[in-house]
Design a protein around this ligand. Structure first.
Ligand code: RUB
Length: 309
C-alpha cells in the first residue's frame, strides 16, 4: 500500500496544485522519500514492492512530463540495485531522493547561469506559460545588469502566464502580459523566445505547454532565436526506441462552461510538439546543445540500454 504522502502528491500533480515539470519531479522524489521513511515493511520484498507501487501511482498522475517517471526511476533504479536489508534500503531511498532534489535545484540554477550568457543587454524576450528553468535564465540576465524586457503569454486555459508575470513584476523586471493569439503581432519586436520543456525527444523535438509550437513558428518567420531551457531529466529515454510522448488532454470544463455549449465538442490538449527545425538551442545544466544533439544527452544520462526493453 502506498503512503498518504504519495497519494497526496499524486492528487496534487493531477489537479495541477503542483505543476511545471521540474516541480512535479521534485515532489515525486520527496513523496518516495516519505514513503520510505514511513514504511513498516518487514522484509526487502515488501519494501521494494511498496516503493514500486508508490512509483506507479505517482507516474500515473500526469502523462506528459517525462521528468516525473525519470525522477521515480532515479530513486527506484538505485534502490533496486542494492542487496541491503530494509534499513539499508530505507536509508538509500531517502538519500537518493534527496540527491535528486538537490541535483534538480542545482540544474535549474546552472541553466540560469549558462542561459543568461546568451541574453544581451536591451533584449526583448518572449516566454510562454510558467517555466522555472526559463525564469532562472531571465532572472540571471537581469541580475547581471542587462536591461531586458519580457513579453509573457497568458497561456489559456489555466493562465500560468499570470504566475510568470507576477514573479517578473516582483523582481522588478519590466514585463508585458498578452493573450496567446497576440504572439505573431508582438514577435516583430522580440529578440529571443525562451521556453521550458516537459519532454524532449531523442530527435530534439520539444514537448511543452500548448501554444509553444505557435511561438516557434512565429519566431521562425520573424527570424527570432528560439531557445529552450531544460534540465537533463526532461529528456525522454524511451523516444530513443521509438516511443511517442503522450500528450495529456485535460477536462473540457477548463476551456468553457460545458452547460452553455451543449452539442459542441470541446478539446483541451495541454501540450504540443515543436519540431527540432524550429529550435535554435537547448540550454541544459551540462551546457548548450543544438536540438539534434539531444540523443547525446539521453545517452549520457540514461545509457543506450533501457530497462525493461
Ligand atoms: C508547464 C509547462 C512548463 C514546463 C517547464 O505546464 O509547460 O513550460 O513544465 O517548466 P503545466 P519548468 O502548467 O501544465 O504543468 O521549467 O518549471 O520545469
Amino acid at each position: 500500500m502506498a503512503c498518504e504522502e504519495v497519494n497526496g502528491a499524486a492528487a496534487k500533480i493531477a489537479s495541477m496544485k503542483i505543476r511545471g515539470a521540474g516541480k512535479i519531479a521534485r515532489s515525486a522524489a520527496r513523496a518516495l522519500k516519505s514513503c520510505a521513511k514511513a514504511s513498516k515493511a518487514k522484509n526487502r520484498k515488501e519494501f521494494l514492492g511498496e516503493l514500486e507501487e508508490s512509483g506507479r501511482i505517482l507516474i500515473s498522475a500526469r502523462p506528459t512530463a517525462v521528468s516525473l517517471p525519470n525522477a521515480v526511476q532515479f530513486v527506484l533504479n538505485r534502490v533496486n540495485g542494492s542487496r541491503d536489508d530494509v534499513e539499508g534500503l530505507r536509508d538509500l531511498a531517502i538519500s537518493t531522493a534527496d540527491t535528486f532534489v538537490e541535483k534538480s535545484l542545482k540544474a535549474v540554477k546552472r541553466i540560469g547561469e549558462i542561459g543568461a550568457r546568451r541574453v544581451r543587454d536591451g533584449e526583448v524576450i518572449m516566454t510562454h506559460c510558467h517555466s522555472n528553468a526559463t525564469l532562472s535564465v531571465i532572472k540571471n540576465a537581469w541580475e547581471q545588469g542587462k536591461k531586458i524586457r519580457v513579453i509573457v503569454t497568458e497561456a489559456r486555459p489555466r493562465y500560468q502566464g499570470h504566475i510568470t508575470a507576477r514573479i517578473l513584476a516582483e523582481a522588478g523586471i519590466p514585463c508585458t502580459l498578452i493573450v496567446d493569439s497576440a504572439v505573431r503581432t508582438f514577435m516583430k519586436g522580440v529578440d529571443k523566445v525562451i521556453v521550458g520543456a516537459d519532454s524532449i525527444a531523442a530527435n530534439g523535438a520539444v514537448v511543452n505547454k500548448i501554444g509553444t509550437s505557435q511561438l516557434a513558428l512565429a519566431a521562425n518567420e520573424a527570424r527570432v532565436v528560439f531557445m529552450v531551457a531544460a534540465e537533463s531529466y526532461k529528456f525522454h529515454p524511451r523516444t530513443l526506441i521509438g516511443a511517442l510522448v503522450e500528450i495529456e488532454e485535460r477536462g473540457k470544463e477548463e476551456v468553457a462552461d460545458t452547460g452553455e455549449f451543449r452539442g459542441v465538442e470541446i478539446r483541451n490538449p495541454a501540450f504540443d510538439v515543436t519540431p527540432p527545425e524550429y529550435i535554435d538551442l537547448i540550454v541544459t545544466e551540462k551546457g548548450v546543445i543544438p536540438p539534434q544533439a539531444s540523443i547525446m544527452i539521453i545517452k549520457d544520462e540514461f545509457g543506450w540500454a533501457l530497462s525493461g526493453e
